[in-house]
Design a protein around this ligand. Structure first.
Ligand SMILES: [Zn+2]
Ligand SMILES: [Zn+2]
Length: 150
């Protein structure tokens, strides 16, 4: 464990601090409407860690399983039963090292001035379970599925 990389993150006001240890399970982009709304941006870039790799301190609020700082409004990691979804932009080092998206979700919602990442798998909607080509056999138990709220 001692050699594992530790990445720290925080909200804009600094009221919430968190750390993730080791490499993420996977890194992705999502263009779905909910990710657009909650980020206020054209898409969201996130990385998924196992829940036990995650520690945080500070007070957060959660809406529709998406957490944020009640003081400054920054998006914060969404904690699921087994996995944690961390917005890449909430990490303290920019640009990040070694967090390259390997897939994109809801590509039909992608802005026309953005282009598909050449190496990334493209999904019309959420990531499908039979996507096990990378050896990622994790069940879909995390906060990652992004079914749009109607
Ligand atoms: Zn804050
Ligand atoms: Zn999404």
């Amino acid at each position: 464990m001692s050699n594992d990389i530790i990445r720290s993150g925080s909200c804009l006001c600094g009221g919430v601090q968190f750390r993730v240890t080791g490499e993420p399970l996977r890194v992705g982009l999502c263009h779905c409407k909910d990710c657009r709304k909650t980020s206020g941006s054209a898409y969201q870039a996130f990385a998924i860690w196992q829940r036990q790799a995650f520690e945080s301190e500070g007070i957060t609020n959660t809406y529709a399983e998406r957490s944020f700082c009640p003081t400054c409004g920054s998006r914060l990691p969404s904690v699921g039963e087994d996995e944690v979804e961390v917005m890449i932009g909430s990490l303290d080092v920019a640009p990040t090292e070694g967090l390259e998206p390997s897939y994109e979700l809801w590509v039909g919602r992608r802005e026309h001035w953005l282009h598909p990442l050449p190496e990334a798998r493209q999904f019309e909607h959420d990531r499908t379970v039979d996507d096990s080509a990378t050896g990622d056999g994790e069940p879909e138990a995390g906060p990652e599925p992004h079914p749009e709220s109607a």
